[in-house]
Design a protein around this ligand. Structure first.
Ligand SMILES: O=C([O-])C(=O)C[C@H](O)[C@@H](O)C(=O)[O-]
Ligand SMILES: [Mg+2]
Length: 447
């Protein structure tokens, strides 16, 4: 007896928005809203498959342009559909060619692969068809049943200094619900933030987003975190803001509080970020993670040659699901470490990170997620949860979550009220420091 493989009958792209706190990074301050694109595929068996990717008009447009390549295909043609999409090559038309060596988040759209949302939705459908969770059908299959996530800490600006409609008092039931909306610019404030996040989610690893205050102040926060959570793995990410010499000096002074450092320095004095990170590693022996100097296979090659990196944060939105897991295999075979980068996202991406990480072989690092800043804005009814610092892979097939069309419509409605859809963190930042401009070598508040 042959079983009919379902065909895709519809593909909808929903640009959506969610609420955010005034989080600070080297690129400025997060706006009150973040944007994403949600892909919903329907097949003729009545199943829906979902995927999520970064927001912005060019990504929405790319996804819309792929509809004729997807609709009418069998879900088993998943690799061919992705090949057809890649051959369409929207990135060639748009890419500034700069990658993320200097992290201005406005450039994220050039690094993101829009088709990863379609890949996710197709695999969700495929998993439902064969009745297996996604992690069992991707890469080398399931490697673990639960995935460790890290507590992603941020300095937060005082939104009262703006007239922008930042979310507040939305969730005052526990300490995390409160601190995630409050100004946080001190060592004590960061420790309180970590305590609150740990109380709600049980994190065993933390990452502090740096590039905001002086390197010395940020490392003092790391030292305080280490003192408060001596068993935790702690990482700081200044997004390349420090000079090579400053990174070396800070590591010598405070390095024992860190488990690894993420993109401490970037291009300078005619050298690329890959070269500078390699000089840094030679001088300090500190393990280094990146989501900046190796965001595709071409950049990975010289990074390997120069031994610039130990941990590649291969976000499936940058590398594709298949590409991210290929990277996980290569890193594992060569004694290096895999992890994933993140930006603000909804629960569809959270489930994707869990499924991909569950299939990544080897001793992976705890996975980045911004989700704790967006918790309560789930688009799915059966969203996955972080408990004891980890996400357990559900028994349900595919991604393991199902879209709530009413919540999706509401997030889409919010999006339609926004005047701008592309990310530009300098806009909110200019309320704090008039005329503020991104400078890849100058922490955001050190002006
Ligand atoms: O690890 C990283 O570099 C990021 O997550 C990039 C961004 O700075 C992220 O924090 C964001 O989107 O604000
Ligand atoms: Mg990073």
């Amino acid at each position: 007896m042959t079983v009919a493989v379902p065909k895709i009958t519809d593909m909808k792209v929903y640009p959506v928005a969610g609420y955010d706190s005034m989080l600070l990074t080297l690129s400025g301050a997060h706006y009150p809203y973040f944007t994403r694109n949600i892909v919903v595929l329907t097949d003729d068996s009545g199943q829906m498959g979902i995927g999520e990717i970064h927001g912005g008009d060019s990504i929405t447009k790319s996804l819309e342009s792929y509809r004729p390549l997807v609709i009418g295909q069998k879900i088993s043609a998943y690799r061919q559909i992705l090949n057809d999409i890649r051959q369409k090559g929207w990135r060639e038309k748009n890419d500034s060619g700069q990658g993320l060596q200097q992290l201005n988040l406005a450039n994220l759209k050039y690094v993101v692969h829009a088709e990863a949302a379609i890949e996710c939705a197709l695999l969700d459908l495929y998993g439902k068809f064969v009745d297996l969770p996604m992690c069992d059908i991707i890469g080398d299959g399931r490697q673990r049943d639960a995935v460790e996530m890290l507590g992603y800490l941020f300095y937060i600006a005082d939104y009262h200094k703006t007239d922008l409609p930042y979310i507040h008092d939305d969730d005052n039931d526990d300490a995390w619900g409160k601190v995630r909306r409050q100004e946080t610019l001190t060592v004590d404030g960061i420790v309180k933030q970590a305590e609150a996040a740990q109380a709600r989610y049980g994190f065993k690893s933390f990452k502090l987003k740096g590039g905001v205050l002086s390197g010395d102040e940020e490392m003092q926060a790391v030292v305080a975190l280490h003192k408060r959570f001596p068993d935790a793995r702690i990482n700081l990410d200044p997004n390349g803001a420090w000079s090579l010499q400053e990174a070396i000096d800070l590591t010598k002074k405070y390095g024992t509080a860190l488990t690894y450092l993420e993109d401490p320095c970037g291009p300078e004095a005619g050298f690329s970020g890959r070269e500078i990170m390699s000089f840094y590693k030679n001088a300090t022996n500190m393990p280094v993670a990146t989501n900046m100097i190796a965001t595709d296979w071409k950049q990975f090659y010289p990074s390997l040659m120069m031994k610039s990196v130990d941990i590649v944060l291969a976000d499936p939105h940058f590398w594709g699901i298949n590409g991210s897991l290929r990277m996980a295999s290569v890193l594992n075979d060569w004694g290096l470490t895999w992890g994933s980068h993140s930006n603000n996202h909804f629960d569809i991406t959270l489930a994707l990170y869990a499924q991909v990480s569950a299939a990544a072989p080897g001793n992976i690092t705890a996975i980045d997620t911004h989700f704790i800043w967006q918790d309560d804005q789930q688009l799915c009814d059966d969203a996955l949860n972080i408990r004891n610092g980890e996400i357990k892979i559900p028994k349900r097939p595919g991604l393991g979550i199902n879209i709530n069309l009413e919540k999706l419509a509401a997030a889409n409605q919010l999006y339609t009220t926004l005047k701008r859809h592309d990310r530009d963190d300098s806009r909110a930042m200019q309320y704090l420091i008039p005329g503020w401009q991104f400078d890849p070598k100058q922490p955001t508040l050190v002006r």
